[in-house]
Design a protein around this ligand. Structure first.
Ligand code: GLN
Length: 541
């Protein structure tokens, strides 16, 4: 087997620096040189996966092709690198300890005292090498979540240290923060010095330091960081704030980051640098004049705008990709569905936007507001895209207001509704009864057979079968398929057995579509998802 290389990415000073973007960008500049890259994300929390985390707690849950519910950073990897990543590429403390304790109970360590070192570190290395082996990638990028100095990730950093000692070819990249305090106006390197000191205490001397800062790193600071952190000056990389995160690979490129990594490993690029298409798209985006205003009617508003954007990150990115490819600048308008419940007249604000998205969600809060928004779109010919819960609520709205089934609802919100147009999947009922909540939804990619001649079919390039990723427990109740269709709701895509509704649309409307899936998870920077493109195109008409 040809040689594989590991790039470990750690973080310093504080969380939320953009390590995920940095990791994805390192992957991109290596890809541009013909290398196959495989990213792994490590999370220190004890949850087995991210599926049971509230979006407001940890941001959006990313769903993989193979049905994993994992950290949103893996979304950045897929959007940048245009690869499908397996759930195995997200390693949590929960999974590691689970396996070690299981091994112990099965007598696999018989006679031994089971300890953090070597048993836990061995399991971590085994998981990393397992992904490396099956991927056959040239580069394995391992992003260690959290900040150096956390108890939670110290054991993973120790495993990373051991891997070089065991003969693996490793590069250590430390992403740190260089603040510019307002009252001084100067870039301060001390926090970075401290975080590197802590990393060195754990036995890792970084090969590169990536400095996140508001402004480009100046020469004086670069020198200082180099001397105090014992890293070559040219290995201190500036990663200043940019308007568009997809420019980060080009920023790294301008500093020769990839070539420096290759030189350190004494290897040569496999191909000439292939970044023309990426560069061209960035250039196109910079020159866009026209704007499209897309409203996201969400409900996780109680926790401030940052967390809000974090809860819907893939939807936002999918809108951007689609808008850029269509040739317009996206403007996202946040609309709190709970506001419509307090004052239904407020729904008229949707008049000011070009298109509307009702994204996924769970539970009763904000649901009536979302239904009002959908009704507004349907009645005012406003382009609308419903994602998962968005489709389900569009069906509820249609049942109530077009089919005349007053009080129709999803049983998720009203178990006693006279018309359960959205009901729990039969196989899900048992799981809930047994309190089996972890990783038990209908998850991952499933096929849908598209109906010839429909809008959705056209948008997907007239394909017969399409795969999108899912994460739901409820579905359009088969007992209501007939009445819904009779009143004009078009089922543009069904599961192959014809039981589950996957896509809906209205034919007498500018653009009214919904999907039981989450098409935002397959949207990439260079390859937007067709449903979002359809929405943007209709919105600018
Ligand atoms: N709550 C709905 C369900 O479980 C929709 C889920 C979602 O939007 N992801 O089916």
């Amino acid at each position: 087997m040809p040689r594989q290389f590991y790039v470990f990415i750690t973080g310093g000073v504080h969380s939320g620096l953009g390590k995920g973007i940095c990791t994805a960008s390192i992957g991109k500049i290596l890809q541009w040189r013909g290398f196959k890259v495989e990213p792994i994300k490590i999370d220190g929390y004890l949850n087995y996966d991210a599926g049971t985390l509230r979006p407001t707690e940890h941001g959006e849950v990313w769903v993989t092709e193979d049905g994993g519910e994992i950290d949103q950073d893996l979304g950045h990897y897929e959007r940048f690198l245009d690869v499908n990543i397996s759930k195995k590429n997200n390693i949590t403390s929960g999974q590691i300890y689970w396996q070690v304790i299981k091994n112990e109970r099965e007598g696999k360590y018989l006679g031994k005292t089971v300890q953090l070192i070597p048993h836990v570190t061995d399991e971590i290395k085994r998981r990393i090498r397992e992904v490396a082996k099956s991927s056959k990638a040239d580069f394995i990028l391992v992003e260690i979540g959290g900040t150096v100095g956390d108890y939670e990730n110290a054991i993973f950093i120790e495993a990373a240290r051991q891997m070089r000692m065991e003969g693996e070819k490793c590069v250590y990249v430390h992403v740190s923060y260089v603040p510019i305090p307002k009252h001084i106006g100067e870039q301060k390197t001390k926090p970075t010095q401290h975080s590197v000191k802590m990393l060195r205490e754990l036995g890792i001397q970084p090969d590169f330091i990536v400095c996140r800062s508001e402004k480009p790193l100046d020469d004086v600071r670069r020198k200082k960081i180099s001397i105090f952190c014992d890293v070559k000056e040219e290995h201190v990389v500036s990663d200043e704030d940019l308007c568009n995160v997809y420019e980060v690979p080009l920023l790294f490129e301008s500093q020769g980051f990839a070539d420096k990594i290759l030189r350190l490993l004494k290897i040569r690029p496999k191909t000439r640098v292939r970044k023309t298409k990426w560069e061209a798209l960035i250039k196109k985006i910079k020159n866009l004049k026209k704007k499209v205003r897309i409203a996201i009617v969400g409900k996780y508003f109680d926790i401030g705008t940052f967390t809000l954007a974090d809860s819907y990150v893939s939807v936002i990115e999918a809108v951007k990709h689609a808008a850029w490819h269509t040739g317009v600048n996206p403007e996202i308008i946040w609309v709190n569905s709970k506001e419509f419940e307090k004052n239904p007249k407020k729904v008229k604000v949707l008049n000011k936007v070009d298109g509307v998205i009702v994204p996924g969600g769970f539970g009763a809060s904000g649901v009536e507001g979302k239904i009002l928004a959908i009704k507004y779109c349907r009645e005012h010919n406003k382009p609308f895209l419903g994602l998962c819960y968005g489709l389900q609520l569009a069906v509820v709205e249609f049942a109530r207001n077009v089919c005349g089934l007053k009080k129709a609802h999803t049983t998720e919100v009203d178990p006693n509704t006279p018309y359960p147009v959205i009901d729990i999947l039969p196989e899900q009922k048992k799981l809930i009864k047994e309190s089996k909540y972890g990783a038990t939804m209908r998850l991952g990619a499933y096929p849908a057979i598209l109906k010839k001649g429909t809008l959705v079919w056209r948008l997907y390039g007239k394909r017969k079968v399409v795969y999108e990723r899912h994460r739901h427990r409820y579905e359009v109740n088969p007992e209501y398929h007939e009445i819904l269709q009779k009143h004009g709701l078009v089922f543009s895509g069904m599961s192959p057995d014809g039981r589950l509704v996957e896509f809906i649309e209205l034919s007498n409307h500018k653009y009214f579509t919904g999907t039981q899936a989450h098409p935002e998870f397959t949207s990439r920077f260079m390859k937007p998802n067709p449903l979002f493109v359809g929405l943007v195109e209709a919105s600018i008409k």
